[in-house]
Design a protein around this ligand. Structure first.
Ligand code: SF4
Ligand code: SF4
Length: 428
């Protein structure tokens, strides 16, 4: 599960090229990424561009395929896209965000499994994800048990390459294992696609991905402002299921340029600032984020794999051994599948200091055991160390519990407002 997912049915017929004026997440006074005060951005602005993200990616992948490039499916942020790009192939995120694909998946998979895994597999069974159908190879990352076993079933009919993650990052031999795994992935790509992944090709891909990470970080940093120029949902929409597309990078730069003047804006936003942590929110599965922001919240920071986690650090462009440099960057991803995962707490501490949230919301996809167990640690960190109210939300892709979630979120925000009021009184 990573940056984006597929909901082709939805995206083919709906061009979200502008932020709709009736959209509750279009905060009054928050200009769209066009930089204009009007909430309807221009047809060629960043909001319009990323509003057609799936369509753009579909055209890009189809065109690449027609030119003889290969498509490689990935489902985890541990996979270095750089290696795939260096093989002159296109890395595409295959994570499923559609509730409609859950029932078909349950023909093979247990009902009590993470919706992200089921949705992805439902697309596989129904052959409904055009990117998966185009894929020449799928990188099967050994992250959580559900995903590992799902890949086994998928691998019966699709070419897969297993990328085995270390489990204990603090062990002295963990990095050596990870470097070996990346070399195996490199060899597999070379053999499968008949290309040589030279150091120079890898370095070139590193430069592109570093630029993308820098731009996305800069955009996200705008949320540190007292009155951020975007909602969390708008920021989430500024990304693509395919990395390294030139046109995307240009639009990121354009959005930053357009939104930067807002820095001088002394307005103070009254929304409750939220740090959203936990599982990734892939394309099509944004329901909880939407509920938070239509209940008076503003997600100023998302630490998950569809937020800041994968873009916090870059790869050393000047390293003598670029594969090792990739290994070092990706090794530091603080995912709950690792034992122990202390770095997630370190990152949360840093992000809380920078983005100044007033509360922490921890999103867990149903049956995601690793994030669920870690929620105990996150609650402790939030309440005891950071002094922030904490709410754990466990749900799936079905909207059946939306009203209940909204009530709990509203109660959390009420607590935040009371605490803020009490603090103000104490200071007077
Ligand atoms: S949460 Fe973990 S398993 Fe999921 S994409 Fe991120 S790193 Fe991979
Ligand atoms: S959300 Fe949890 S269970 Fe689902 S794929 Fe990610 S790590 Fe696995």
């Amino acid at each position: 599960m990573l940056d984006g997912a597929i909901d082709m049915g939805k995206c083919r017929d709906s061009d979200k090229s502008v932020v709709e004026s009736g959209d509750p997440h279009n905060r009054p006074g928050a200009p769209c990424a066009s930089g204009e005060s009007d909430t309807q951005g221009p047809a060629n602005g960043p909001a319009a561009w990323f509003g057609k993200m799936i369509q753009n990616c579909y055209e890009y992948a189809t065109d690449a395929k027609a030119k003889g490039k290969r498509i490689v499916g990935i489902m985890c942020e541990y996979t270095p896209r750089e290696l795939i790009m260096a093989a002159d192939a296109v890395p595409v995120c295959l994570c499923g965000g559609s509730a409609e694909m859950i029932t078909p998946a349950e023909e093979h998979l247990p009902v009590n499994l993470c919706p992200l895994i089921k949705s992805t597999y439902g697309y596989h069974l129904r052959k409904a994800n055009p990117f998966l159908e185009m894929a020449d190879l799928i990188v099967a990352e050994t992250t959580c048990d559900g995903k590992k076993k799902m890949y086994e079933l998928m691998g019966r009919t699709r070419p897969t390459c297993i990328l085995e993650l270390p489990q204990k990052p603090a062990d002295s031999d963990a990095m050596a294992h990870w470097v070996r795994e990346l070399h195996k992935l490199k060899a597999k790509l070379e053999e499968h696609f008949g290309v040589a992944l030279t150091d120079e090709r890898i370095r070139q891909a590193i430069r592109i991905m570093n630029r993308e990470r820098r731009l996305r970080r800069e955009l996200a940093a705008l949320m540190k402002l007292p009155s951020p120029p975007l909602t969390g949902r708008q920021l989430l929409d500024f990304k693509s299921i395919i990395s390294g597309i030139d046109a995307d990078l240009e639009q990121y730069a354009k959005a930053i340029e357009a939104l930067r003047p807002q820095k001088a804006d002394g307005r103070k936003d009254d929304s409750v600032r939220v740090l959203l942590t936990g599982v990734p929110i892939v394309h099509g599965a944004e329901r909880v984020l939407d509920i938070i922001e239509s209940s008076g919240g503003l997600v100023v920071c998302m630490d998950n794999c569809t937020g800041l986690k994968p873009i916090l650090e870059d790869v050393d462009e000047g390293a003598e051994d670029p594969v090792r440099a990739l290994a070092e960057k990706y090794f530091r991803l603080p995912c709950s599948v690792m034992t122990k995962n202390d770095r997630r707490l370190e990152v949360l501490r840093e992000l809380a200091a920078e983005y100044r949230p007033q509360c922490v919301i921890d999103l867990i996809w149903q049956a995601c055991i690793t994030y669920d167990v870690e929620s105990h640690l996150i609650k402790e960190l939030a309440e005891k160390e950071l002094g922030l109210p904490y709410l754990r939300i466990e749900t799936d892709y079905s909207p059946s519990d939306s009203a209940r979630i909204a009530l709990r979120v509203e109660a959390l925000f009420e607590t935040v407002r009371q605490q803020t009021g009490e603090l103000r009184c104490l200071r007077q």
